[in-house]
Design a protein around this ligand. Structure first.
Ligand code: AMP
Ligand code: MG
Length: 332
């Protein structure tokens, strides 16, 4: 028997067949992916999709990413799949890349937020790949599930089944399910590339590094990254205050310690020392490990009741744009 939440909340299982059956029956399933856990519903099931919005308290005009099992399935959701986008799909799918394309006329407005485009991705996780395959076999018509991050809107995305339970366990019912596929490998949301116009445009940086001008793999999206910090709406935010600091700023702060500096957590690359009285949340060795532990660290700070999280981002690496993007939003 799968484990059950004590309050009668969702079941937890490692069985993709159970997960697919729950989705086909119209329930919600938290699915593991290589990026973060998604709260999935069959994309053509309007009632189930409406529940995703309700459970997450997500604004209705916020479009959802449709997760499919293959490029062939993705083609069924679009009017056109321009060659530059298809080349990216062939190269990076399955993987942490979402493509925004002109939608097929039948795609529900609930999925696209009423936009003329649809966002598509083939996630890279063996359990979820199997779920998508089974859902495709079990349902008539184009297969796909919407799967926004399985957390309350605006909060930190979950990177483990336990995170999902902590975030949404109280809002899901006994027919819903959390598919436990372990810790997410990447730990940050997918790169989103808008391929609906003439040229490619990066809407959100992630682990797939695409040069928006050429569509070729690049060394980051630094050119599109610098934004007015205040223009970032609060997102990916823990309850604790997030402060972004450089290694030098941290040194200066620890040189003149604040006496009653209780409740501060530090997430910083290995080699940066923890000021006296602060709680070390993680010591990643590079940008890839930093991305993988970032959300876990933010959650751990909230769990420990800390009121401030100082984050020293790494200074190099291809994941830097994605890490800085999420940190600036978390810091509001
Ligand atoms: P997530 O919050 O990770 O589920 O990602 C959803 C994000 O994908 C949205 O906030 C948009 O930025 C982007 N997105 C999804 N669908 C579309 C679409 N049809 N057109 C443009 N952007 C989209
Ligand atoms: Mg999200």
């Amino acid at each position: 028997m799968p484990a059950r939440h004590p309050s009668g909340g969702p079941r937890v299982s490692t069985d993709p067949e159970r997960a697919a059956a729950a989705l086909i029956a119209g329930s919600l399933v938290a699915l593991p992916t290589e990026t973060v856990y998604g709260l999935a519903a069959v994309a053509s099931d309007r009632t189930a999709v409406a529940r995703v919005f309700e459970v997450k308290r997500r604004p209705a005009d916020h479009p959802l990413i449709v997760h499919v099992d293959s490029l062939a399935s993705a083609r069924q959701w679009v009017l056109a799949f321009p060659e530059p986008a298809a080349a990216l799909a062939r190269r990076y799918w399955p993987g942490p890349l979402t493509l925004v394309l002109p939608r097929a006329p039948w795609v529900p407005d609930e999925v696209t937020g009423g936009q003329p485009t649809v966002a598509l991705r083939v996630p890279d996780h063996p359990l979820t790949a199997r779920v998508l395959e089974l859902v495709g076999e079990g349902l008539a018509g184009p297969c796909g599930v919407v799967a926004p991050s399985a957390n309350a809107f605006g909060r930190v995305s979950p990177t483990s089944a336990a995170d999902v339970m902590a975030s949404l366990g109280g809002r899901l019912g006994p027919a819903d399910l959390i598919l436990d596929g372990g810790d997410c490998r990447v730990g940050l949301e997918s790169t989103i590339v808008d391929a609906s116009g003439g040229e490619l445009r990066v809407l959100r940086p992630g682990a797939v590094l695409v040069d928006s001008a050429t569509g070729q793999p690049g060394d980051g999206e630094v050119a599109v990254l610098p934004r007015v910090p205040g223009s970032h709406s609060a997102h990916y935010a823990p309850a604790a205050e997030v402060v972004i600091a450089s290694g030098e700023e941290l040194l200066a702060a620890s040189a003149s310690p604040i006496p009653e500096d209780l409740g501060t957590g530090l997430l910083a690359p290995v080699g940066i020392e923890t000021p006296v009285g602060w709680i070390r949340l993680a010591s990643p060795t590079d940008d890839v490990e930093f991305a993988a532990v970032l959300y876990r660290g933010l959650r751990a700070a909230d769990d420990a009741g800390l009121h401030r999280i100082v984050v020293v981002p790494p200074t190099t690496g291809g994941l830097l744009p994605a890490i800085l993007d999420r940190l600036r939003r978390a810091a509001r």
